[in-house]
Design a protein around this ligand. Structure first.
Ligand code: DSN
Length: 431
């Protein structure tokens, strides 16, 4: 690597991160490992190019090749999800969500979203986020007994508050998102329905999770979780209608389509120059996701998550919603006498990376929590299957049961290293 000679400090930091990724079990549900092709494109020369605007309508010269890359990313995204519109410029899922909220709503409008502690996302109305500060969010919750969205509450809140938009989806919801049930509610109160599929996007693309395209007005996602692309965001629609707010195009007097308003909100509304290397890497990842092997991969992600759920249940653990339909499992550790924070820290000591997570009706703060969230996209990318999942659950169980036993932690750590050695990652990058 050239970097080794030009900046040894950064080279060493990079090597340490490559080794950390290679020598630990990555179970954070929102993380994954991109292919070498995606990595190459994300680290390529398109990082040099300014391209404010959209293909064919840029504010800079020299955009012919990045235009091709962006068009390919849009086209591949549309065929992957059967969408008619895709904006691939949002730098992140949060910015995709911001652009949608700012397009469809006026400041102060009422919106409904899943409470963060019940599996929602920061941008679905958390008071510390722009969403909760600029809009009047009303949170819905999961039901105490089922861990699934409480539709009695959703109906009551929607009838009472008459939201202009309802957001479905979240970051720690192990079950299929109930698009059709949300559509019924949205239709009755005349609300827009937005789906945030950041987590299950790869499963949606391969038909392993229901698609929001026929039911939701607008869909946002990230590109780096189950979809296995570079870190970034995207906005899609199944149907691109004329905007209902009477916003017309200035010269011809033509009423603008919603897609045009979203495009303008992404850039120049909330972003400037798009990250063309990342957009190009999105195109590469979407190309990979269109291949038949990707469906086998996502099938294995789900099979692995179901296997993990069954193993934890058989060991007496309490899982929110009693299991999973997707890539993630949310474990409620309240009855195990350990906090999410302590479990995360002890697991990190043995090379198992998870994140502490609030569970519904959690009595602990977000910095402590009563749960951990476990996801299978990254370990599945390494080629691990059910046998490894069973071993991983056994190791997690040992650590959670004796989090302070140095002897046990050291034995578990060497078992983790053995598994990782059998499924090497990015070995060509290690100097
Ligand atoms: N922070 C991401 C997650 O971990 O789910 C969502 O944006």
């Amino acid at each position: 690597m050239i970097l080794e000679n030009t900046d040894s400090k950064m080279y060493n930091i990079l090597q340490n991160e490559i080794r950390r990724e290679d020598e630990t079990l990555e179970l954070i549900a929102s993380e994954n490992f991109v292919s070498n092709s995606v990595l190459e494109m994300a680290g390529g020369v398109m990082t040099n190019k300014y391209a404010e605007g959209y293909p064919g309508k840029r504010y800079y010269g020299g955009c012919q090749h990045v235009d091709e890359a962006e068009i390919l990313a849009q086209d591949r995204a549309k065929s992957l999800f059967s969408a008619t519109y895709a904006n691939v410029q949002p730098h992140s899922g949060s910015q995709a969500n911001m652009a949608v909220l700012m397009t469809f709503l006026e400041i102060g409008d009422t919106v409904m979203g899943l409470d963060l502690a019940h599996g929602g996302h920061l941008t679905h109305g958390s008071p510390v986020n722009f969403s909760g500060q600029l809009f009047n969010f009303v949170s819905y919750h999961v039901h105490h007994d089922t861990g699934r969205v409480d539709f009695d509450e959703v109906w009551d809140l929607a009838r009472k508050h008459k939201p202009k938009m309802i957001i479905c989806g979240g970051s720690a919801y192990p079950r299929f998102i109930e698009f059709e049930q949300f559509r019924e509610v949205a239709d009755e109160v005349n609300a827009f329905l937005m789906a945030d599929i950041a987590h299950p996007a790869g499963l949606v693309a391969t038909g392993l999770h229901p698609s929001p395209i026929p039911t939701c007005d607008v869909i946002t996602t990230t590109t780096h979780k189950t979809l296995r692309g570079p870190r970034g965001g995207m906005i899609m629609m199944g149907e691109d209608k004329e905007n209902p707010w009477g916003k017309v195009a200035t010269k011809s007097g033509r009423v603008k389509r919603i897609s045009e308003l979203i495009d303008s909100m992404v850039m120049p509304g909330i972003q400037g120059g798009p990250l063309m290397h990342i957009i190009a890497a999105k195109a590469v990842a979407f190309g990979e996701a269109l291949k038949p092997e990707f469906r086998e991969y996502t099938r294995q992600i789900v099979d692995n998550a179901k296997c993990i759920a069954e193993e934890f249940l058989s060991r007496g653990y309490n899982l929110v919603s009693g299991g999973t339909d997707t890539h993630l499992v949310l474990i409620d550790l309240t009855e195990n006498g350990i906090t999410g924070k302590k479990a995360e820290n002890s697991l990190e000591k043995v090379g198992i990376t998870v994140n502490k997570n609030m569970v519904p009706f959690d009595q602990k703060s977000p910095f402590v929590t009563s749960g951990i969230r476990i996801g299978t996209p990254a370990v599945t990318t390494r080629g691990m299957k059910q046998d490894e999942m069973k071993t991983i659950v056994a190791l997690i169980d040992k650590v959670v049961s004796s989090p302070d036993s140095e002897d046990l932690l050291s034995t578990v750590m060497s078992e983790v290293q053995d598994i990782c050695k059998d499924f090497p990652l990015y070995k060509e990058l290690i100097g």
